[in-house]
Design a protein. Structure first.
Length: 549
């Protein structure tokens, strides 16, 4: 049964009849034994009543590292995670592939990338790279499987969950903090999401890491995580069988501030004491969020926390985040009209040059090329020479040049390139006697990294989890089948991973013997979806070193 058929079975009386037929067809699989196929939407229960099904909370924490967690435990931190680990099972989760959306889709599907279809952060199109989406996935995720079996599910923030899929429950996608377009399912939940945006303002301030100054990537990650936690708190006690919450900020902080967490790995580098607590602060805020989510769940809930990978020290990749348009305004080359460039009054403007880009590409406002362009053909070379001199006059606080300017080996959209100098950068820059502090927003570097061998972690806790269980070789490929097993649903024989009954008590195993089906099927279509926020998302991936500038 394809998910597209499931989506079509939603409108009107005829759609309702089709939906019942599809559920009954799914129940015809002897091993599936769907529970409560004729019950109300999202509230069906097997024989013995709904109380016989323990709800499951799954929390995905991107980049949570077992070594960091144990170090913070030794300092008396992360009490909520410690309580869950001490009362349940915990250990290393073997990772694979090294690319977060690939791993998170593997976690959600139980299949390898060549089968599930998501193999990178982006998909190439004729108009450029776009972030991966749910439309690229070729096989069902656990929320599709649970939905087919009548389980009411909330999926909150999972990577590559946009556009929102139609399931028995709620989806708040990974782009819900940026766009309204297909950001949630059902669409009626959009009004609740708008209320959430207001309610989260003071929620878990530590998710921004306590970063001195402004780090837009940390702020954006914190906003996203606050939305998902708030949505999770609203859903956890309201009759969902499965709640899945994905949190991102630990990963962002670890990429950007690792050298301050492990300064001994970077001898000769400034210690940066003001940054040393960014990673611990984000972990602590995440720990508090996890504690609140668990507390909001009804009695009898089982909890599974997983991370896709850990972290390690990597080579330093410096970054100077700079507002090139503002600099050109100060230099007298650019005039704005509202949020747009006023081409009639501007000489030059940046193109394809996000704040973090090492190379700033500049383009003249040429008459006959740009709308209302100002610079005639006869003035192109003199204006390029004038722009070159102006950029070469810009210095950091120590007098060193901010740019190396070149006019050769340019991409077709640029008339001139300015390579940003990364050594001895400062937040204040000088142009003659003038000093500006609104051009360089922040100075940082990517230092934390991971690969296909940097393992993640897991913690399992609840009435059906065997205390002290330490399953060996638990893998990201085993998570989806283990989720299905915890829900009392069959595991597909074509999964690459396997369910791990050794996480659960003997009593649970006696009640829920492992069942199997040949397959949970495939998705009906594969397509590339674009959105108005694609450029912003790709910009973020570049800022974290995931996508080449």
């Amino acid at each position: 049964m394809h998910i597209a058929a499931r989506r079509r079975a939603t409108a009107g009386r005829a759609g309702a009849r089709i939906a019942r037929v599809l559920v009954v067809a799914a129940c015809a699989w002897p091993a599936l034994a769907c529970e409560g196929a004729s019950g109300r939407r999202g509230t069906a229960a097997p024989s013995g009543g709904r109380a016989s099904r323990a709800p499951l909370l799954v929390v995905g924490v991107d980049g949570a590292d077992w070594g960091v967690v144990q170090r913070l435990w030794a300092e008396g931190r992360l009490p909520h995670l410690k309580r869950l680990a001490d009362g349940g099972a915990s250990g290393v989760l073997k990772t694979a592939y090294g690319i977060s959306p690939v791993i998170w889709t593997t976690i959600a599907t139980g299949r390898t990338p060549d089968v599930h279809g998501i193999t990178d952060f982006v998909v190439s199109t004729e108009s450029g790279a776009v972030p991966v989406s749910s439309a690229v996935r070729r096989v069902p995720a656990v929320w599709n499987m649970a939905s087919r079996a009548g389980r009411r599910t909330a999926v909150l923030g999972w990577w590559a969950s946009w556009p929102a899929e139609a399931i028995e429950g709620v989806v708040v996608t990974d782009r819900a903090h940026l766009t309204r377009d297909r950001a949630v399912h059902p669409p009626a939940e959009l009004a609740a999401l708008e209320r959430t945006r207001v309610a989260i303002r003071d929620l878990y301030p530590g998710l921004a890491g306590g970063v001195p100054g402004r780090d837009p990537w940390m702020e954006d990650g914190a906003t996203r995580d606050r939305i998902m936690v708030h949505e999770g708190l609203q859903r956890a006690g309201t009759g969902f069988d499965l709640v899945m919450v994905y949190l991102r900020t630990v990963d962002i902080a670890s990429h950007r501030y690792w050298k301050y967490f492990e300064p001994s790995r970077y001898p000769g580098s400034p210690r940066g004491e003001q940054w040393s607590q960014v990673i611990p602060t984000v972990y602590e805020a995440t720990d508090q969020a996890i504690g609140d989510l668990v507390a909001a769940c009804p009695a009898g809930t089982n909890v599974l926390l997983v991370s896709d990978h850990g972290f390690m020290a990597g080579p330093e990749m410096p970054m100077v985040y700079m507002n090139t348009e503002r600099l050109l305004e100060h230099l007298g080359f650019l005039v704005r009209k509202g949020e747009a460039v006023d081409f009639a009054r501007s000489v030059a403007y940046p193109v394809d040059s996000p704040g973090h880009a090492r190379v700033k590409l500049l383009r003249l406002s040429r008459r006959g090329r740009e709308p209302d362009g100002r610079v005639p053909a006869s003035e192109v070379q003199p204006e390029l020479a004038r722009l070159t001199r102006a950029l070469q006059s810009v210095t950091y606080a120590d007098g060193g040049p901010v740019f190396t300017v070149r006019r050769n080996a340019l991409p077709p959209q640029a008339d001139l390139a300015a390579d940003v100098t990364l050594t001895n950068a400062s937040l204040r820059i000088r142009v003659g006697s003038a000093v500006y502090d609104d051009v360089v927003h922040y100075i940082n570097s990517i230092t934390g990294t991971h690969n296909e061998t940097t393992d993640g972690m897991f913690v399992a806790w609840g009435p059906d989890i065997e205390p002290g269980s330490r399953p060996s070789a638990f893998s990201v490929l085993d998570v989806a089948p283990t989720i299905l097993y915890a829900l009392g649903l069959p595991v597909a024989e074509d999964f690459t991973g396997q369910a791990r009954p050794d996480l659960f008590t003997r009593a649970f195993g006696a009640r829920r013997p492992l069942r199997k089906v040949p397959s949970w099927g495939t998705m009906a279509s594969w397509r590339v979806e674009s959105s108005a926020v694609d450029a912003k998302l790709v910009d973020e991936l570049r800022a974290l070193g995931y996508v080449s500038p």
